[in-house]
Write a protein that binds this ligand. Structure first.
Ligand SMILES: [Fe+2]
Length: 218
C-alpha cells in the first residue's frame, strides 16, 4: 500500500451571518485608534493585533457564531473526552497594495488558527504554502511540467467569497497577496488554545478581566 504523510486538515466554509459581523465591526474599521503596525512583521498591514484597544472589540458575539464551525473542525480530530478552548482574535485591514508575508502561528499554547475573510474585495489573496523540499526538487527540474502530473502542490488557494472561514493547524504556513482593490480588504485572524477537561475554568476570571482573551465552554 501507499499511504500519505502529513495530511493537513483545513476547514473551508462560509459563515452564514458574516454581514452582521461586518455591521457590528463597522464603527471600528475606519477608526485608526484601534489599528497599528506590528514590530517584527515585514508587512505594514494595519491590525488590531497587540493593540490595547483590541480587547474592546465585540469578539464574544462573533466567536459565539464561529463556535459551531470550530467544533466541526475539531471533530475531525476525534476527541474522546471533554475539552475546552480559549480564543484570541484580532482584525486586519488591508489597504491597496498591502499584503502579509509567509508566516505561521506556532506558539506553546495554541494548536489551531483561523482566518475569517469578512470582505475579500472579490480576491483570493489568502494562500496556504506547502514548504516541502521534496516538491521543490521536482519543480526546479521541470519534472512537474514534463513528466509527473500528480505531484503535491506547493500552494493551495481556496475560493474566498465574503464570509469565508478557514481553520487550520497553527503550524500551517500561509501568506496574503497584495490587495489590488482601492477598497479595504477586511479579515479576522485568531488562535485557539485547547485543554482537556475544564482546565480553563480556573483561569476564566483572570482571562475575562483582561477582556483580551475570550473563554468559551463547549
Ligand atoms: Fe496568519
Amino acid at each position: 500500500m501507499i499511504d500519505h504523510l502529513n495530511s493537513i486538515p483545513i476547514y473551508i466554509g462560509q459563515v452564514k451571518n458574516y454581514k452582521m459581523h461586518l455591521d457590528i465591526l463597522d464603527q471600528y474599521i475606519n477608526d485608526d485608534s484601534y489599528f497599528g503596525s506590528v514590530n517584527g512583521w515585514i508587512s505594514d498591514v494595519k491590525t488590531t493585533f497587540q493593540q490595547t484597544q483590541n480587547r474592546d472589540l465585540p469578539w464574544q458575539i462573533i466567536l459565539e457564531d464561529l463556535n459551531k464551525y470550530i467544533q466541526e473542525y475539531l471533530e475531525v480530530l476525534s476527541p474522546v473526552s471533554e475539552y475546552h478552548y480559549k480564543t484570541h482574535m484580532w482584525m486586519n485591514r488591508y489597504s491597496k497594495g498591502e499584503y502579509m508575508e509567509p508566516h505561521d502561528h506556532i506558539s506553546k499554547s495554541d494548536q489551531i488558527s483561523f482566518a475569517y475573510i469578512l470582505n475579500s474585495q472579490g480576491q483570493n489573496n489568502f494562500v496556504f504554502e506547502n514548504r516541502v523540499d521534496w516538491i521543490n526538487s521536482f519543480d526546479n527540474n521541470d519534472l512537474r511540467s514534463t513528466l509527473f502530473t500528480n505531484l503535491p502542490v506547493n500552494s493551495y488557494i481556496p475560493e474566498q467569497k465574503d464570509g469565508t472561514l478557514l481553520i487550520f493547524p497553527s503550524s500551517t504556513i500561509h501568506y496574503v497577496t497584495p490587495n489590488t482593490s482601492n477598497d479595504l480588504r477586511i479579515t479576522i485572524s485568531g488562535n485557539i488554545s485547547i485543554k482537556v477537561g475544564n482546565y480553563f475554568v480556573d483561569e476564566r476570571d483572570a482571562a475575562l478581566k483582561t477582556k483580551d482573551v475570550k473563554v468559551l465552554d463547549i
